[in-house]
Design a protein around this ligand. Structure first.
Ligand SMILES: [Ca+2]
Length: 493
């Protein structure tokens, strides 16, 4: 991919340019992935064993495939925390080296470097997210159905796509796709059945004629053995789709898409570009969207309730999923809580996230702590003096001052007890989410994985007192005014 299109995070570092330490780290990341694949395979074997033992194996259709090409989300140096990718924050080799002996364990959320993704996708170009090239989309598909398929251990080369799986299953089951279900008109199936291939020869012609591809700003179209590809990197935020250069491949004879024939066949290319537009309109593929991962993941979603800059949470409730919790990403914010501490008060007052990123306000050894865990890289900590038993208004203020080199928030954090500042420090905060899924916002405990190493899941449960509420405010009101209001509420209890 040309330099003006390429994305730095998707670059591959050539093996012969790596240091001995780097080779050791990169090898280990790959070994852990291999172990994960083997483990997964063994677990699927258990399902097969059960199907055999229960007499269901012969008449069960099993389709075995990955969901895309090898993943290139591990950065050129590999990652010990994939959430860095989703925060637009690069991996540091020295940080990763520190964790080499922990890879594959609970302390890492690892991902192998882009070089392995390129190697695993060979002979195809690029990797996951690049829907334009086969390295992003091609996977082996194994189909097993002992009662219905005579052939055993054979290969079929007919061109097909994941959208062809449902039509295949419907044909096997002799079921017709309803045009309407419970009064709702159904979107017509995009694919064609692959069932004919069970009895076909390896190189018999495919019964598929057209397939479009699109994802994250990338696009391509295949028709009867030819494929047109727009050269555009996913998540690149470069836009200008009308200026994309197109390539042309004769996939019937060049399955690896290695020889660009655009210059020799300009008419063919133009016809395929036109066909892409038709298929994209038919399949709702527009608009093309190449916004970055951080941009996509931090889109404000429409909500039922009116927009507000103040959220109040109470104890004894389920965790609140990040998508509907207060959004402090890239902003200044205040957290204020009224608590009643007895002699042995301890545990989490407020927490959101995990060891891979999050923030938490808690009591330990009679002191108030605020820890902001920036992407698992650094645990930034503010701590008070000893708090005697009693009623308190406690809280934190983070005032964002600027954006750092990678867009992260940099500012001052202050810890307060009864509206008096007890600690202050510079702090770096995330602009992306704390987690992709799970580990929501909690009051009175830290769900799933703990944000701070200073407590465990078990000891995170608040005891020895009462949490009245926790308010998170992202508005303009000063900390002092909000705390004064909370203190008045506390005096009435
Ligand atoms: Ca958690």
């Amino acid at each position: 991919m040309s330099a003006d299109q390429a994305v730095p995070g998707d670059q591959v570092r050539p093996w012969n340019t790596l240091s001995a330490d780097e080779k050791k780290l990169f090898s280990r990341l790959c070994e852990v992935y291999a172990a994960f694949s083997e483990y997964t395979d063994v677990q699927i074997g258990r399902i097969i064993d059960h199907l055999k033992a229960s007499g269901q194996y012969e008449n069960t259709v099993i389709l075995y495939a990955a969901d895309n090409g090898a993943s290139g989300e591990g950065s050129p140096n590999g990652s010990v925390n994939e959430n860095k990718f989703f925060n637009g924050f690069p991996d540091e080799l020295s940080e990763n080296m520190k964790l080499i002996n922990e890879l594959g364990g609970p302390n890492t959320y690892e991902h192998y470097p882009t070089g392995w993704a390129a190697a695993f996708s060979t002979p195809f170009k690029m990797f996951k997210r690049y829907s334009n090239y086969s390295g992003g989309t091609s996977d082996p598909l194994v189909i097993s159905w002992p009662k219905g398929i005579k052939a055993k251990g054979q290969i079929r080369n007919q061109y097909h796509h994941a959208v062809d799986i449902v039509p295949t299953l419907l044909e096997i089951c002799k079921v017709e796709m309803p045009q309407e279900y419970r009064g709702v008109k159904q979107t017509p199936l995009a694919g064609v059945s692959m069932k004919y291939s069970f009895d076909a020869k390896a190189d018999d012609p495919t019964q598929k004629h057209v397939q479009y591809y699109t994802m994250l700003g990338t696009r391509a179209i295949w028709q009867d053995g030819w494929k047109a590809v727009a050269v555009h990197a996913p998540l690149s935020d470069k836009g200008n789709f009308d200026k994309d250069k197109w390539e042309l491949y004769h996939t019937d004879v060049d399955r690896a898409e290695s020889k660009d024939l655009a210059k020799e066949n300009p008419e063919k290319l133009e016809a395929l570009k036109k066909l892409y537009d038709e298929e994209a309109r038919k399949n709702n593929a527009y608009p093309l969207d190449d916004r970055t991962a951080t941009q996509l993941l931090t889109i404000e979603r429409p909500m039922e309730e009116k927009p507000t800059d103040s959220y109040t949470y109470y104890p004894h409730a389920s965790q609140v999923p990040e998508a509907v919790a207060v959004n402090v990403r890239g902003k200044s914010y205040k957290i204020i809580s009224n608590v009643d501490l007895s002699t042995n008060a301890s545990g989490v007052i407020f927490a959101h996230g995990s060891r891979f990123g999050g923030h938490t306000l808690f009591i330990k050894d009679h002191k108030l702590y605020y820890v902001y865990n920036f992407l698992g890289i650094k645990q930034q900590q503010l701590v008070s003096g000893v708090l005697k038993p009693g009623k308190y208004t406690i809280g934190v203020e983070f005032a964002k001052e600027k954006a750092g080199e990678h867009g992260e928030s940099i500012g001052q954090a202050k810890l307060f007890v009864n509206n008096v500042e007890v600690a202050q420090s510079e702090m770096t905060a995330q602009v992306g989410k704390f987690t992709l899924v799970g580990d929501g916002l909690c009051v009175g405990y830290d769900s799933g994985d703990p944000v701070s190493k200073l407590y465990t899941s078990e000891s995170s449960k608040f005891k020895g007192g009462t949490i009245h509420f926790v308010t998170v405010n992202t508005g303009k009101e000063t900390y002092s005014n909000l705390a004064a209001e909370a203190q008045r509420a506390l005096s009435m209890h």
